[in-house]
Write a protein that binds this ligand. Structure first.
Ligand SMILES: [Ca+2]
Length: 174
């Protein structure tokens, strides 16, 4: 009986261990766009805090989207990495946080969210608990990735880290 309990506890423990908590990141390419470099965390999922911790561990920040140009670049670039044939919805953490009501900031930079690209009827703050900003790919709208507000402790989200090229110090990503 004790052994049985131990095995169950071990399995549960394994299930709760996010890959984002491991030291080595998934081997994804670094994507350069102008002064910014992005790391697409598209092989492991976790909460917003886990994603942020992963980025910080590697001297990067969780993604902030400052301009339409930046959003469109990421949209086009990301679409080439998603497996569009599986028709799966895809969700990706950014550093966007609701600070109160409909006021949003990019937490990584502390700047207000000026440029916006929400899906229709978003942000809806469903259940009154959606205080994080995610990118949302919907297969029924091919070619588009827009924004949604979502519960920050949701565990089934990918993430993007970024850094300014002049601050590069990310020798341990791989
Ligand atoms: Ca929402």
């Amino acid at each position: 009986m004790l052994l049985f309990i131990f095995v169950i506890a071990f399995l549960l423990g394994e299930g709760c261990t996010s890959a984002l908590g491991t030291d080595l990141g998934p081997k994804m390419p670094l994507i350069v766009n102008g002064s910014r470099t992005y790391y697409y965390g598209l092989t492991h999922q976790g909460t917003a805090v886990q994603a942020e911790s992963f980025c910080r561990k590697h001297n990067m920040d969780l993604l902030s989207i400052e301009t339409q140009e930046e959003h469109l670049f990421l949209q086009q670039s990301l679409l080439s990495y998603l497996d569009l044939n599986t028709a799966q919805q895809t969700f990706i953490w950014t550093s966007g946080k609701r600070v109160d009501g409909d006021r949003w900031i990019w937490e990584a930079t502390g700047r207000p969210v000026h440029y916006k690209n929400w899906w229709a009827e978003q942000p809806d703050n469903d259940g009154g608990i959606e205080n994080c900003l995610e990118l949302w790919y919907k297969p029924e709208f091919p070619g588009q990735i827009k924004w949604n507000d979502i519960y920050c402790n949701n565990t089934s989200r990918y993430f993007i880290c970024e850094y300014n090229n002049k601050d590069a110090n990310i020798d341990n990503v791989y």
